[in-house]
Design a protein around this ligand. Structure first.
Ligand code: GLC
Length: 718
């Protein structure tokens, strides 16, 4: 449809029909009309008209169902405006990839884009039009359960991943490519910084910090063309995001030039009342529509009060018209006016969803996401090793993680099953449950352990222990699992810990009892096979952390790109009292950002700069470093380039990731890697919020993680 036709269509709509387009309902309102009328419609006090006026649906999928719902809806829609179908496809549709915090550890944005494209294809043939992804909230607090959905603590990486997800979902021609779906960047904004890591808690960051660390990833994803943005539950500068005109009108719409659809998070409009900025639903509706929120997700302030607010002259009808137009433009961008069924196709659904090709991509994604945190030489396993697989996760299919809605655990292989392919006579025992255990389970496990050479100890979290609403005050593994580890460690056997979890954990006590630690995250549909391939050395571990692992919960927040303070340990040592430090643990995390081991070792030598000076005016210099594989295994290394601005007009982080390159090196092979530094990478946000740069001294660093680095000074000159 042409733009003019859309404008004409808006004019033809009655006010109730316009308000209906702003309403999003869950799928259960549409599956069975009669049940809907006597059930949720009655419960929420909704009139039946809403069933054929609501603009969008969340949480329904399946080609047959969505074709049926769309057909019934359009037949009753006076002007034949089609429904939008949206859902949370966060890390795969039915082919489930590692959780985003795991995917991020691949340091492979191209692969992440591929996973998003697969997710889009499986979703589109199943009838979906929009996914509520990517979540690009920067995170520094593993107590918060939703770190699993993020890509970590670095603004630069979060930008690359945000863009990769959007490009993977949307492709280049969303209107005609019906194997793509629209992306929705979330949660705008700053949701990843709740006080105390407590879910939905207050966010209180300065605008300067927000713009320097948190805003860039949203901006990049919007720049990549995301069709939707979702409001965050939290306040920012004292005003809930969903009612925050400065955030939504000035920053999102004007500064970032976003003219797509702004959807509230679930009930976020009605929650303006408990937040204490709206006295009632009418005021909540008024605040949200004035902030430019187009769709209300699953509460009914708009439905119940917008018409009255217009009629009483409290809001301009134009606010509703502009929201409706944006929603119709989204439907038009998806080609729904020409074909309301779009990609929904039962036959394609049967061929494409969870196809062998997609499973192989999930296997590759899992293998590249797994991080080797420790290895005293026990890995890779030898085929002659006598193996026992012990732990609550050993024989569990709970590997898909939170937000894996259509993932099917009955299709998910277990770690024990995957390992038994290599070790047909492996021994196994549960040892305890995820949260509790019995003495019998423990005794059985110890008996099994005694008969093995190496113990693969599979520990971790269940999917519902992370994700939304799963903030914790204790980052250690559950007591029964720690006890199992303690008892097994008394047998003086080799212990290889495999972690299935969704957040950085406190591994301080655990690490010293293990000979090797493999952080597998929730690795998805092919995770067990990926873990087994790495344990036996068919695949080399190559993941690198994108979120620091604290030594204990007291150290939080601990992140690599921190400011130096006036009393840094680097300057004053750690002995003195009056230093910025803790008296009981070092300032460094247990495992730092960018860290991940291989089965080989890499030596960095000969960092060179093409010049020690770079001109302010369009200057650039090239750095080079030689990496050698000095071990007995072929390997994959992610070379990371960091800079530090020694003197800014505002303080600058002690290091900032500015680039990376992932390379394969055969044993004894060496390679010279180059990196071009431009002035653009040396700019930063001034306290007047403008991007700025000035001459001065910088340090360029390169290494295989954020702590083990080579460095050279660089002068930026006029
Ligand atoms: C949830 C989440 C949001 C999700 C939405 C729909 O509360 O905050 O990320 O997309 O509701 O399920």
């Amino acid at each position: 449809m042409k733009h003019e036709q859309l404008i004409d269509l808006v004019e033809q709509l009655t006010l109730p029909e316009k308000i209906g387009q702003l309403q999003q309902l869950t799928g259960d309102f549409f599956i069975d009309r009669e049940t809907a009328i006597t059930g949720p419609m009655k419960e929420y006090g909704l009139d039946e008209n809403l069933l054929h006026q609501a603009g969008s649906v969340l949480g329904l999928s399946g080609a047959a169902d969505l074709i049926e719902v769309q057909k019934n809806y359009i037949e009753k829609s006076r002007l034949g405006i089609p429904l939008l179908f949206m859902a949370d496809i966060i890390h795969g549709y039915r082919t489930i990839f590692p959780i985003p915090l795991g995917l991020a550890c691949s340091w492979n944005p191209e692969l992440v884009e591929k996973t998003a494209q697969v997710a889009a294809k499986e979703s589109a043939v199943s009838g979906l039009h929009v996914t509520f992804s990517p979540m690009v909230d920067l995170v520094r607090d593993p107590r918060w359960g939703r770190v699993m959905e993020s890509t970590g603590e670095d603004p630069y990486l979060n930008q690359l991943y945000g863009k990769a997800f959007v490009n993977g979902y949307q492709g280049k021609d969303l209107t005609n490519d019906h194997e793509r779906i629209a992306a929705c960047v979330k949660h705008f904004a700053g949701y990843g910084a709740p006080e105390g890591g407590r879910e939905y808690n207050t966010v209180d960051i300065s605008e300067w910090e927000f713009r320097d660390f948190y805003l860039p990833a949203y901006a990049e994803a919007i720049q990549a063309g995301s069709k939707l943005v979702m409001t965050a539950f939290n306040i920012l500068e004292g005003i809930p995001a969903t009612a925050n005109k400065k955030l939504m009108r000035d920053i999102l719409r004007k500064e970032l030039k976003f003219n797509g659809v702004l959807i509230s998070d679930w009930a976020a409009i009605k929650e303006l009342i408990p937040h204490g900025v709206a006295a009632d639903e009418a005021e909540a509706a008024e605040l949200a529509i004035e902030a430019g929120v187009d769709i209300e997700m699953m509460t009914f302030c708009y439905h119940h009060f917008l018409q009255e607010l217009v009629e009483e002259g409290l809001i301009e009808q134009g606010l509703i018209d502009e929201a409706v137009l944006r929603i119709l433009e989204l439907k038009n961008d998806l080609g729904l006016f020409e074909n309301p069924y779009r990609g929904a196709d039962e036959q394609k659904e049967a061929e494409v969803v969870y196809s062998e090709e997609h499973q192989q991509i999930a296997l590759k994604a899992a293998e590249e996401s797994i991080v080797l945190l420790k290895n005293n030489g026990s890995l890779p396993l030898k085929i002659e090793d006598k193996i026992a697989v012990i732990g609550p996760v050993a024989n569990s299919t709970d590997l898909l993680g939170n937000w894996s809605w259509k993932g099917d655990r009955s299709e998910t292989q277990t770690l024990t099953s995957a390992l038994s392919i290599y070790y047909p006579h492996l021994l196994e025992a549960q040892g305890c449950g995820v949260l509790d255990g019995s003495s019998t389970q423990l005794e059985e496990a110890l008996e099994i352990a005694k008969n093995a050479d190496k113990i693969i100890l599979a520990l971790g979290e269940s999917a519902d222990m992370v994700g939304e609403g799963a903030s914790v005050t204790n980052l250690q593994l559950p007591e029964c699992q720690l006890n199992l580890l303690n008892e097994i460690s008394k047998l003086n056997k080799t212990i290889v810990l495999v972690l299935i979890n969704g957040r950085p954990l406190d591994l301080s006590d655990v690490s010293e009892k293990c000979d090797a630690i493999l952080e597998a995250w929730f690795p998805g549909s092919k995770g067990a096979e990926a873990v087994a391939n790495i344990l036996v050395g068919n695949t080399v571990p190559q993941g690198k952390l994108t979120m620091s692992f604290p030594r204990n919960i007291g150290q939080i927040p601990v992140y690599y790109n921190a400011f130096n303070t006036g009393r840094p340990t680097e300057l004053l040592g750690t002995e003195g009292r009056y230093i910025s430090k803790y008296v009981d643990v070092p300032n460094t995390p247990l495992f730092p950002f960018g860290f991940g081991l291989s089965y080989t070792s890499f030596d960095y030598q000969d960092l060179q700069l093409s010049s020690k000076e770079m001109k302010m005016e369009n200057g650039e210099i090239t750095a080079s470093v030689t990496i050698r594989n000095t071990g007995n295994h072929d390997g994959v290394e992610t070379i990371q380039w960091y800079i530090r601005d020694l003197v800014g007009k505002v303080v600058r982080p002690v290091k900032e990731l500015k680039g990376f390159e992932k390379i394969h090196l055969k044993k004894n092979e060496s390679k010279q890697i180059t990196f071009t530094i431009t002035t653009d990478q040396l700019t930063y946000i001034h306290s007047d919020f403008k991007k700025t740069i000035e001459p001065g001294e910088f340090i360029l660093m390169v290494g295989g993680d954020s702590e083990n680095i080579l460095q050279e000074r660089l002068s930026l000159v006029l």
